[in-house]
Design a protein around this ligand. Sequence first.
Ligand code: NAD
Length: 426
Amino acid sequence: MSATPRALEYDVKDLGLAAQGKQRIEWAERDMPVLRLIRERFASERPLEGVRLVACAHITTETANLARALKAGGAEAVLIASNPLSTQDDVAASLVADWGIPVYAIKGESTDTYNRHVRTALDSKPQIIIDDGSDVVATLIKERKDQIPDLIGSTEETTTGIQRLHAINAAGLLTFPSIAVNDAQTKHFFDNRYGTGQSTLDGIIRATNILLAGRSLVVVGYGWCGKGVALRGRGMGANVIVTEVDPIKAVEAVMDGFRVMPIAAAAPLGDIFVTVTGNRHVIDGSHFAAMKDGAIVCNSGHFDLELNLVALGGMSEPPATIRPFVEEYRLKSSGNRIVVLGEGRLINLAAAEGHPASVMDMSFANQALSVEYLIKHRSELKPGVHLLPPEVDKEIAGLKLQALGLSIDELTPEQLEYISSWETGT
Ligand SMILES: NC(=O)c1ccc[n+]([C@@H]2O[C@H](COP(=O)([O-])OP(=O)(O)OC[C@H]3O[C@@H](n4cnc5c(N)ncnc54)[C@H](O)[C@@H]3O)[C@@H](O)[C@H]2O)c1
């Protein structure tokens, strides 16, 4: 607490948790070698000097290491939570007390407090917004148009946020450049697939302590996250059923060896359901009504509307809390119990710690380099949704391999010439 600068404003649960938070932030840093290299370069080159920045992210140990890198680069960063249930209160405390970074985030904050924090962050007049789900950008566009001329640009962490950015752009309202961090290969190939795959199961297990082996696990959505959840679920012995609306993804799931069927057919079969679609009400009232007694239902998609909990509430007695993050609804019609985890919010962040650091290392390397890119190219970047150049993706993967102590082959001049030409056939 003594390290807190006098003028620092913040809203965290308890600064007394800072010592534990610092230890955990430093533990995560051990598995974030790429971000550490970027932080060291930023500290000497100061490419973000004096830039006012708002980062809306899950306030986890990994995000803390991103914030350290941004600060080392010279940014004046303010942090807010991107979800009311994903904040780690000890991490928020340590960022304030040990690194002097203003944080407005408390685990379990109400939607009103969450929205107030978004507005407080916007009061700092950011020139760069790091967003996760596009709530800050959407609030800026709806309520703070006068601040848009100050904005150099934004970056977006997740699939749902990028969908919203494309919709904002289609409505003619995206008047600044935004970098789609999620669309970098070193982000979604690893974070969405392996990160969500492992940490979603981690959240389910920490909340319930159930055995996955022999259970039917229904994965709703076979995108990057769904593939990871299905793969890791099978690895732990679950019988995995996939539901989809995209025929290509559905064929892929079949060829990956999973059973594929509509959710109405899967509802009576599943023991555990996970939604990862970025879409609303993919598990609806009729599906809850068809489920087995004791079925466990959760979501790992960005927003808490994938499960229609309003419909479930209307069909049930008032829910009872059985354990932390575990609520049981008893259906009035059949008496069956439906167990909902983490209030339908991202279960990997609500009941566990989110993705492991080694996968966030690459995601946040992309974030840090995107911020630098926006600043370096501010005069030429046009409004709209942009990708980081593919060389940056390759550079991040190369650094990761180096950190893993691995090396790979390089193309010989002969091979390079061959794959760049058309004359040589059989
Ligand atoms: N929990 C986390 O930590 C975490 C991490 C990364 C992304 N996300 C979020 O997870 C969600 C999914 O992300 P992604 O990268 O896998 O997206 P994606 O676009 O790769 O996959 C989503 C899939 O859901 C399918 N889908 C849509 N509506 C459906 C429905 N009604 N029934 C069945 N399938 C349906 C789509 O066809 C698509 O294949 C997004 O909201 C994203 O922001 C969460």
